[in-house]
Ligand binder design. Structure first.
Ligand code: HEM
Length: 132
């Protein structure tokens, strides 16, 4: 923990403020997600402590932090949940609003959001909204 990564660059993980700040960002994000009546049902039987920790690891790794993701593969976890594209977009919107409270540039915020959008196909498995 706290060691520079092998590129020597300041990562978005550092920019947010390191481990404590990323944990608090993930907590704020999940509060928003489970308070959303469209998203809450997905989480009704989920132990949130484990989820928060896994999400912390995932976000930290995705933001270039010195943390390894030890959870299950993203596609595998979400496939049976029948998540719609509309709900995926709501989830990302909550992330966007959470990030807006942090001292990040617009570019960094878009970089984070676009990294998450790479997982759309792994997470969404129902109601793509494409009719035909
Ligand atoms: C890019 C978007 C997403 C990422 C990166 C992500 C990441 C994760 C991670 C790391 C876990 C924990 C894995 C583990 O316990 O091993 C998880 C679990 C879960 N996610 Fe996501 N997630 C995303 C989107 C969503 C969305 C949009 C929903 C629902 C609206 C959702 C619902 C859940 C639920 C219900 C679980 C718990 C499943 C279980 O423990 O059985 N996720 N997700």
């Amino acid at each position: 923990m706290g060691e520079p990564n092998n590129t020597g660059d300041v990562t978005v993980f550092d920019k947010i403020g390191g481990e404590a700040a990323v944990r608090s960002m993930v907590d704020n994000f999940y509060k928003r997600v489970v308070a959303d009546p469209s998203l809450a049902p997905y989480f009704s039987h989920v132990p949130l402590d484990r989820l928060r920790n896994m999400q912390f690891e995932f976000f930290s790794a995705a933001l270039g932090g010195p943390v390894r993701y030890t959870g299950r593969p993203i596609a595998h976890i979400h496939q049976s949940l029948r998540i719609t594209l509309a709900d995926f977009q709501r989830f990302v919107q909550h992330l966007f609003e959470t990030l807006a409270e942090l001292p990040l540039t617009e570019h960094e915020t878009y970089e984070i959001v676009s990294r998450l959008n790479l997982y759309t196909n792994d997470v969404v498995s129902a109601g793509t909204g494409i009719v035909g």
